[in-house]
Design a protein around this ligand. Sequence first.
Ligand SMILES: Cc1cc2nc3c(=O)[nH]c(=O)nc-3n(C[C@H](O)[C@H](O)[C@H](O)COP(=O)(O)O)c2cc1C
Length: 327
Amino acid sequence: MQTQPLKQKQSRVSELIKSRVSLAPMAGITDYVLRSLVRRYSKNCLLTTEMISSEFLAQVKETEISKIDDNHHPINFQISGHKPHLMKSAAEFLSAKADMIDINMGCPVNKVVKGQDGCALMKNPSLAADLVQAVKEGTDKPVSVKFRLGYTSDAMNYVEFGQQMQEAGAEFITLHARTRAQFYGGHADWAKIRDLKRNVDIPVFANGDITTIEEAEKCLELSEADGVAVGRASMGDPTLIYRIEHFLATGERLPVPTLEEKICMLKTHLDEEINLRGELFGIKFFRKFYACYISGIKNAAKARGALVTEENYDEIIKILNKILKTT
Ligand SMILES: Cc1cc2nc3c(=O)[nH]c(=O)nc-3n(C[C@H](O)[C@H](O)[C@H](O)COP(=O)(O)O)c2cc1C
């Protein structure tokens, strides 16, 4: 294995991405509202949509997932699937809005890998390469791939796989440093990412378990990656990506939001989900976010329990105000 870093070419991706932090795609999470909230703080980070199934897109031809604002650029649209012609059509359809098209090669969920999508593609690199080529036929925008270390710990083919995707025409990689078998267990192995980084000459963003500025710093040191992709930690703190980005650019550590600021962000997030989805559905949709915003407070489990069962907006606000008064 080559040990010296390859000199990275000045690419159109490095022109496009002005920030060393991106928002990792999360189905049901990185919707229009969360992307807009993250953008309020970080003007430059690469946002990523939730994964959009190419099969689904072929049937409906429009989806709420693809709703964006002008300020969402640069934005990467992630698509999933395993049929080259459908992936090409999805890329054609999304190309007008997207700055980049990402192919999901890391999703570990059973029903996804059973259908040969997501991380199953790591077991079939030639099909994965065909998909990269098909997507490139559908768009003139850069094509990126997001994958894991491998399917299992005995099959960690991420270096070779990354080289194959680069060879097929991928211009950017996000690597989640876990295997498919790990799902979300254990800890992301950031040091492994360095093996990939040293063996491809396209930008690599490291992903997995980055929740603080310090973890981002450590991850970059171990991985030698060009940047980091932040997923779950953005759910209760839309400022995190900006704070990491600002630290990497200036060395200044902006403070973690106070509880008061977090509750204020929570209310904005909830209000905007309601604007998008209607009151009852918006309130129900938002339930997955409460725990993230209030984690660490005294009696968080009890407060969360009250919030996730409440359907009345005014009562939710009362609970939130009580949290502020009593914490
Ligand atoms: C609820 C949820 C949904 C996700 N959906 C996607 C997805 O649609 N596409 C994808 O490539 N990864 C998806 N991921 C994986 C994340 O992008 C990321 O790789 C993973 O959460 C590790 O990063 P983190 O520790 O910063 O969250 C999802 C993760 C979660 C928790």
